[in-house]
Design a binder for this molecule. Structure first.
Ligand code: GUN
Length: 294
């Protein structure tokens, strides 16, 4: 049976590291990290994510504010608000919760965030820096995956990492992170996606499999190589008549069958999920330290 990689525990140790550094800042009467959230509209999952992130800020000792804007807010009004936050010395990180309402151009909105305050790592300048191996803000979920691998003793160096999915939030950045010639990376990386006529040979050759497709239990243990390390990024709600709520959350990997062949595997929930917020705290602290140092 596979070892379970406890994302909750690893995330908690990262959050404790951040808290300790905030204590130091307080002792030295420095400016506390400040993170601004912008939530446009009533997307239920987004509302719950922003609430959780705000709570994490409080626990970390950060200052935070949340702008809840109506769904019919104009893009111009949102851009004006971003200009204010870019100039606000108490704010070190800005997070515009995605997805935005259809009438807004997401790329234009992301590009309006000061790259030095882009703690999501979505601004094209930061995406480009990651690709050419410069120091930058790395998107939180993929940054969390790298931490999970390293802190669970599964250094990706020299390993064949197969990423399933090519999104801008997970697939593409995690591939770029693990491809870098540096400690914690240096992997041989393949990205496989819906364009593949047959995914089987790719899946079977993975030493480390990172599943970020958004399809419930899409990958089964029989498709994997014995001894593989499985990182499951999926968060999918499926009907479950046997449960109190009538549904439950599963990953992109069929856990029971994969756990039989894998050396280690992340559970869903409690694997990658908790790492995203922990890395957001880490990125915000980093933004604060870079901005206050100037
Ligand atoms: N929506 C889903 N994931 C994310 C994320 O990591 N950051 C933001 N801003 N929006 C998201």
């Amino acid at each position: 049976m596979a070892l379970i990689i406890d994302g909750k525990k690893i995330a908690e140790s990262i959050r404790a590291e951040v808290r300790a550094e905030v204590e130091e800042i307080k002792k030295n009467r420095g400016r506390l990290p400040g993170l601004a959230f912008i939530l446009v509209g009533e997307h239920p999952a987004s509302q719950s994510y922003v609430k959780m992130k705000g709570k994490a800020c409080k626990e970390a000792g950060f200052n935070s504010l949340t702008d809840r804007l109506p769904a019919n807010t104009t893009e111009e009004a949102l851009l004006a608000r971003l200009r204010e936050l870019n100039e606000d010395p108490a704010i070190h990180g800005i997070l515009v919760q995605l997805p935005l309402p259809k009438h807004m151009n997401e790329s234009r909105v992301i590009a309006a965030i000061d790259p030095r305050k882009d703690v999501d790592g979505f601004h094209p300048v930061n995406v480009g820096k990651l690709m050419i191996g410069e120091e930058t803000f790395v998107p939180c979920t993929p940054a969390g995956i790298q931490e999970l691998l390293m802190r669970s003793g599964n250094d990706p160096a020299g390993k064949h990492v197969v990423v399933v999915g090519r999104s801008n939030i997970v697939g593409k950045p995690i591939a770029n992170i693990l491809l870098q010639k540096r400690a914690g990376a240096n992997a041989i990386v393949t990205i496989v996606h819906t364009g593949a006529a047959d995914m089987a040979p790719y899946l079977k050759s993975a030493d480390i499999l990172i599943a970020a497709v958004g399809k419930p239990e899409f990958i089964h243990g029989e498709q994997l190589k014995p001894g593989v390390v499985v990182i499951d990024v999926g968060i999918n709600r499926i009907p479950d008549p046997g449960s109190k709520t009538g549904s439950r959350i599963v990953g992109d990997v069929h856990f029971e069958s994969a756990a039989k062949v894998a050396k280690a595997i992340t559970p869903v929930p409690g694997g990658v999920g908790p790492m995203t917020i922990a890395m957001l705290m880490k990125n915000t602290l980093k933004a604060r330290n870079l901005i206050e140092k100037r």
